[in-house]
Design a protein around this ligand. Structure first.
Ligand SMILES: Nc1ncnc2c1ncn2[C@@H]1O[C@H](COP(=O)(O)OP(=O)(O)OP(=O)(O)O)[C@@H](O)[C@H]1O
Ligand SMILES: O=C(O)c1ccc[n+]([C@@H]2O[C@H](COP(=O)([O-])O)[C@@H](O)[C@H]2O)c1
Length: 223
């Protein structure tokens, strides 16, 4: 168990091309559930499983900062993955978790957040078993990405179910547990937003207003 002053943080990694209200809802849900000292939002530098991104790393990071402004919990936008990508290295979450663990020490409760689509693919991540040596993994259900029954690769289902924790023991242990927010159901994706903007449609109900202003000012996703 962690001591009374161990730090508690949740990391929300993403491509954020662009950041949307699904990301904000996901971060806020777990920030409040886990009562974190800090939500750390980490824009990926070179997300190796995505095809070419439309916005630059700087634009994606600026949009993330705008999207998470004014939350009722501390938010830090962590640029380490963008900085590492300047050296041409693909972005691996394990590198980030090792760096954050080294920074915060062995007692801190560190949780990596993701949607169900990424849990379905977790066995494709670089050194995925080692993620649990540094962090808990908390997952939000996502419309269209079932993780019941055959929805998960067997190795992921086994790793996830054998490590199931509760919000309380995730708050109070450093790493190694899992949790699923089954009631989370936000049907928004960056793909859908890019397509809508390219067609010249509004995306007001999908993106925080400041991010929408930024997209318009920088003429993003129109072509
Ligand atoms: N609506 C959502 N519900 C639950 N999780 C989500 C949702 N949108 C994004 N996430 C999660 O947020 C993280 C970052 O997602 P990302 O930046 O790739 O957005 P995306 O909407 O999935 O993008 P794209 O449509 O381009 O694949 C991932 O772990 C993803 O699963
Ligand atoms: O570490 C990996 O190999 C890995 C593979 C796929 C995705 N990720 C991370 O998962 C997060 C969400 O990814 P994405 O593609 O949905 O934006 C983001 O932080 C990625 O860097 C990480």
């Amino acid at each position: 168990m962690t001591g009374p002053h161990a730090q508690r943080i949740a990391l929300l990694g993403g491509s954020y091309d662009p950041v949307h209200l699904g990301h904000v809802a996901l971060g806020a849900h777990f920030a409040l559930l886990l009562q974190v000292d800090q939500l750390r939002v980490v824009p990926a530098g070179l997300p190796w499983q995505k095809s070419t991104l439309k916005a630059t790393p700087e634009q994606r990071a600026e949009m993330v900062t705008l999207a998470f402004a004014g939350q009722p919990f501390p938010v830090v936008v962590d640029l380490q993955e963008i900085e590492r990508s300047a050296l041409g290295q693909p972005t691996y979450t394990i590198d980030t978790l090792r760096a954050v663990r080294a920074e915060l020490g062995p007692q801190a409760s560190i949780t990596f957040l993701m949607g169900a689509d990424q849990l379905q693919r977790l066995d494709t991540w670089h050194q995925w078993h080692a993620l649990f040596d540094h962090a808990h993994i908390c997952v939000a259900a996502r419309p269209g990405f079932s993780i019941d029954g055959a929805g998960l690769p067997a190795a992921v289902a086994e790793a996830f179910s054998s490590r199931l924790g509760t919000p309380d023991n995730i708050r109070n242990t450093p790493h190694g547990l899992t949790y699923l927010a089954q009631d989370f159901a936000v049907d928004i994706s960056a793909t859908q937003i890019r397509a809508a903007l390219q067609r010249g449609e509004q995306a007001n109900s999908l993106i925080p207003p400041l991010v929408l202003d930024y997209i318009e000012q920088h003429n993003l996703y129109r072509s």
